[in-house]
Design a binder for this molecule. Sequence first.
Ligand code: PEP
Length: 245
Amino acid sequence: TPGIRPLVAGNWKMNGSLAMASALVGALKGRQGNVDLLVCPPFPYLAAVGAALAGSKLALGAQDCHADASGAHTGDVAAPMLADLGCSYVILGHSERRTDHGETSGMVAAKAQAALAAGLTAIICVGETEAQRNAGEELKIVEKQIVESVPSGANAGNTVIAYEPVWAIGTGKTPTAADVEAMHRHIRALLKSRVTGGAGMRILYGGSVKPSNAAELMAVAEVNGALVGGASLKAEDFWGIAEGA
Ligand code: PEP
């Protein structure tokens, strides 16, 4: 999309080690292409990765936050803590959080509100299941997720949408370029009508993005970057995707 700088975000999920984290960041930190690059390690590695990428153009993000700024929530992590550590982004409402932890769109909106209040950019994930796509419901499902997950106060500067069909995550399967375009155009129209600056908000595609399909997917109208899982764990693969974007 003209005027929107792409973002390529790596979601490491619950993978890696301290040694792997520093090696990966070390291999990426000197590089700077035409896109914004973001790494989202597990919570325990945020501080070390933040230190390792200091002075580089790589941004740091987390994979979740709590909806409250502090309090009695054992095991949870608050958005201001992430900001404190140098995070500028947080992924929210990933399908694995929605499935593993029962996160609803209402909960995602509350988390996103907390993220924005802490000065973080929220990457809000949406996407249909395979059964929903087979039933022809994907546009309706994703529209409902966006309406319910994007908080008031969201704008092009503080919020990113990631469209991730659940059936494409970690499976090697991807929608056709035409299907991605139909979804992203639908999301763009929705954002334009509902969100301040919705015309300029980044809409990422996620789900089995790899170096060999990145250029094709990133060339689709209204695709403004990628959210990458598995392929973000290898520096050359992640960089290959960034080059395709
Ligand atoms: C993800 O879970 O955000 C993702 C896109 O995973 P993968 O790239 O491994 O499909």
